[in-house]
Write a protein that binds this ligand. Structure first.
Ligand SMILES: [Zn+2]
Length: 452
């Protein structure tokens, strides 16, 4: 196998690849608002066909379509699946962008746009690897499957039944997940799992309409009610007080601790970038990745009640709501945590507060000792010429459990982003260099996987 030929092909076609990425970024696909979803699915399917994959769109009655593509190898029986998503986060706040978020503008070697890093850069980079192999070798080193869904940014609510229904279509020997990149030192990040997440909404109700605040001695205030209820969930030491919340939580193994030591988390750089003097409880050193990857959380995402506009208004609101998310570590199942939360509120005298679930995913992990994991790490180190930063799991969440736990194969996340790609934030970007390097990395990985 002459990978040099592939690298040369990628270099020679880099402008065309970047052009296709810009084209995809220009197509808005904001799942939260249902903006451009069908159009983007069609564009992704067309790109798949253009590189030589056979495709099908799995339509969803309620949700956005899943785009599927595959190509068989002439030389290997192994199958590698790529999981990606074509939907993006809303671009707001627009005034903080240096360019139109759907322009794909290129400045100083960086391609800007909502979704360019999360996740369109990886989509295009991986599709182009297929094109590079077919045009130079006439075949791909292993069977390849692509699952590109359109609801990752809203919690993949319709993906589980799709996977359930098409188990054979999604069978594989291993999978590469959607995200990743290099850190500030140019070391490739390799992620072996995800935290789970449970999103909930709490609602408190008072009178059947807002009343004059002079009535406060008599009329219950749902804003206070909700504040008191929230106060029972977590103390000022950041300990979550829900009964049984920490039952069975996963702690790092000796092997994982060794891994955490080699990450050398870039805490000073991150704090500086975020304008913070210290992290919560001033954690530092090894405790930073430990907290980030192994600590389950309870986060208030938003709180809405009463009058918050200019000046004052002496009103007593009749409703209050808060949105929360719980990031969960291994062995914390979201449905159990939900029941524990409901029971906790009831036991503390807050049974009147309505608890609504807005979706969840399970925590998931592939062991470091897995053979595919080792292949990915070795390949990353070879291509980037630097020690990989291996995360036994990551702080983020996603529907990885459907593939790892339901279908049973190893899943590793790597990608072509960088430490300041600003996913979900204004001025999301990737570097053209990182995009091309990431493409060569995936090409090399296909080869290494075929001979491993
Ligand atoms: Zn995202």
């Amino acid at each position: 196998m002459h990978l040099q030929e592939i690298y040369e092909y990628v270099d020679a076609h880099s402008q065309e690849f970047i052009g296709d990425l810009v084209r995809l970024v220009k197509q808005p696909s904001v799942s939260a608002k249902g903006e451009g979803m069908q159009e983007c699915a069609k564009m992704v399917e067309k790109m798949m066909r253009e590189v030589g994959l056979s495709t099908r769109i799995i339509p969803e009655k309620e949700g956005n379509p899943v785009v599927y593509g595959e190509i068989k190898s002439e030389t290997s029986k192994k199958t590698l699946l790529f999981y990606n998503h074509y939907d993006v986060q809303p671009p707001e706040p627009l005034e903080e962008w240096i360019c139109d978020p759907f322009s794909g503008e290129i400045r100083n070697g960086k391609i800007y746009g909502r979704g360019v890093s999360d996740n369109k850069g990886n989509i295009v980079s991986r599709l182009k690897v297929v094109q590079a192999f077919l045009e130079t070798m006439g075949s791909v080193p292993v069977n390849i499957k692509f699952v590109i869904e359109g609801e990752e940014e809203i919690g993949s609510p319709h993906l589980p039944p799709v996977i359930q229904k098409h188990k054979n279509l999604f069978s594989a020997d291993a999978a590469i997940w959607e995200f990743g990149g290099t850190n500030r030192k140019g070391r490739p990040d390799v992620y072996l799992g995800l935290k789970g997440v449970l999103s909930v909404e709490l609602r408190a109700k008072g009178a059947n309409r807002d009343v004059h605040s002079a009535n406060a001695p008599l009329i219950p205030n749902p804003a206070w009610r909700l504040a008191w209820a929230l106060n029972t969930l977590k103390n000022d030491k950041d300990e979550i007080l829900i009964d049984g919340f920490y039952d069975n939580v996963d702690t790092p193994s000796a092997e994982e601790i060794e891994c955490l030591k080699t990450i050398r988390y870039e805490e000073e750089e991150e704090k500086k970038e975020l304008g913070l003097k210290e992290y919560i409880h001033d954690v530092s050193g090894l405790d930073v990745p430990k907290a980030l990857l192994y600590q389950p959380t309870c986060t208030i995402n938003g709180f809405l009640t009463g009058y918050t506009d200019k000046g004052s208004k002496t009103v007593l609101p009749n409703k209050a709501m808060a949105k929360l998310d719980f990031r969960l570590v291994r062995r914390q199942m979201p449905n159990e945590i939900f029941s524990k939360l409901v029971r906790h509120l009831k036991n503390r005298g807050f049974g009147d507060i309505e608890v609504i679930s807005h979706g969840s995913t399970e925590p998931v992990k592939t062991p470091i000792t897995d053979k595919f994991v080792q292949t990915v790490i070795k390949t990353a180190e070879k291509v980037y010429g630097k020690e990989a930063a291996v995360y036994p799991t990551s702080a983020g969440s996603g529907p990885m459990h459907l593939f790892r736990n339901w279908l049973g194969y190893p899943v590793v996340s790597v990608g072509c982003g960088h430490a300041e790609s600003r996913a979900h934030a204004p001025n999301e970007n990737i570097t053209a260099e990182g995009f091309i390097k990431g493409t060569k990395f995936i090409a090399t990985l296909l080869h290494e996987f075929s001979v491993s």
